[in-house]
Design a protein around this ligand. Structure first.
Ligand code: PLP
Length: 411
């Protein structure tokens, strides 16, 4: 028999969403009449913006015509889209980027998962806890995590940066030497953010301590407050130490269409085993062009349309729709007596479970008493125990009904 990659065998089962689905199915089987509302999974529910649909239809027609047909495109993405990204998402915020610093892909999940490949397997990785599980699991696969310590519920070699209500879900700087720091802001699952001053502390730390920040900004479009940075490059010096990930999934309803991008500034340097400087951008380019053959032309044309005047207005409407849901959930929960976090600059609302409930017992309670499915916080890490996540991605009607039900609970 062929020997398997032992590191993959260190992975823990993807327990969270399968367990959520299992408990929901069981409940529905026992209560077939129950009108269950899901505010659990972070997938969008509104359709694609009209501007995107129109552009994608036109792009399909380009494919019919021999003169305008497109086969393989540049692996990094077409310049028509990269130029729009740079002009609208960066230059408009005072950040200068070159076209060869932006890499398009079929999703941020792949990018945040794949980026670790270009770093040494000896790198020490720091993650926030609670955390988007992809950061941890992909490092487990690469052999950077060591073994899973069951009684603690953590990997031995990963550095966990604790986030709880005590520190307002803003982790302290690592106290030991780390090489890679995953930061996610606006945060999934807590919905919390850092101000410019707070993010600057991390950038300065990375510069002083010779590490690289992997900044996941998938929820950037949901920022409403002025002092919250949209890009880590708004912080001076960040181009020397940070890679940024952005996605069209939540911003523009692309969870099924698939398109995202990663910014790898040319200023970031790593080193080889002899201590010689290595360009992180060049290595990522080499990896990307070897393993990826580009986002489809039709998809990139759809993404380009997001930056048209019509597209921008439609995206705003989409984001506002979800953020109105977020405000309703946040305020509704507050009125019902819950301690609530997030939901101001992110489509996630993170609540403290009531006295006497842990994450899973509150899941069961909410499902049976209010027929609402959410996500137990402990599924995102040990520090998520005693918390619970609701998403603003449902329909307005379901959001209103869910909150009305929660207000009637006697907790
Ligand atoms: N990063 C975070 C923090 C996410 O929550 C998600 C999706 O839920 C992703 C990345 C993945 O985004 P994409 O759909 O672009 O793969």
């Amino acid at each position: 028999m062929t020997t398997m990659n032992q590191h993959f065998l260190e992975l823990q089962g993807s327990y969270l969403f399968s367990e959520v689905a299992k408990r929901r199915t069981k409940y529905m089987e026992q209560n077939p009449q129950a009108d269950v509302i899901s505010l659990g999974i972070g997938d969008v529910t509104r359709g694609l913006p009209q501007a995107v649909i129109k552009a994608m239809h036109a792009a399909v027609d380009d494919m019919v015509n021999v003169e305008t047909f497109k086969g393989y495109g540049p692996e990094q993405g077409y310049s028509f889209l990269i130029n729009e990204i740079i002009a609208n998402d960066y230059k408009a915020r005072g950040v200068e980027l070159n076209t060869d610093e932006v890499f398009l892909s079929d999703g941020s999940k792949c990018d945040v998962g794949n980026i670790q490949e270009i770093f040494s397997t000896d790198s020490i990785v720091a993650v926030q806890d609670p955390v988007y599980p992809v950061y941890v699991d992909t490092n487990v696969m690469a052999g950077r995590a060591g073994t899973f310590i069951t009684n603690i519920g953590r990997y031995e070699k990963i550095v966990y940066l604790d986030c709880s209500a005590k520190n307002d879900f803003k982790p302290s700087l690592p106290t030991e030497k780390v090489d890679l720091i995953y930061l996610c802001y606006p945060n999934n699952p807590t919905g919390m953010t850092l101000t410019k001053e707070e993010l600057k502390v991390w950038v300065d730390y990375a510069i002083e301590n010779d590490c690289i920040i992997l900044f996941d900004s998938a929820y950037e479009a949901f920022i409403t407050e002025d002092n919250v940075p949209h890009s880590i490059y708004e912080i001076e010096g960040a181009k020397k130490v940070a890679i940024e990930f952005r996605s069209f999934s939540k911003t523009a309803g692309f969870t099924g269409i698939r398109c995202a991008y990663t910014v790898v500034p040319k200023e970031i340097q790593g080193r080889d085993v002899n201590g010689n400087a290595v360009s992180v951008n060049e290595l990522w380019n080499r990896r990307h062009t070897t393993k990826f053959n580009g986002v489809s032309y039709v998809t990139q044309k759809g993404a380009e349309a997001i930056y048209s005047t019509e597209g921008k207005a439609q995206i705003r409407e989409l984001v506002d729709y979800y953020m109105t849901n977020a405000a309703m959930i946040r305020e509704g929960l507050r009125e019902a007596g819950f301690s609530v976090f997030g939901g101001v600059n992110a489509p996630y609302i993170w609540l403290k479970t009531p006295e006497g409930y842990n994450s899973w017992s509150f899941f069961d309670y909410l499902l049976s008493e209010a027929n609402i499915v959410g996500t137990p916080g402990v599924g995102f890490g040990q520090c998520g125990e005693g918390y619970f996540r609701l998403t603003a991605f449902g329909s307005r009607e379901n959001t209103e009904r869910a909150i009305a039900r929660i207000k009637q609970l006697s907790l």
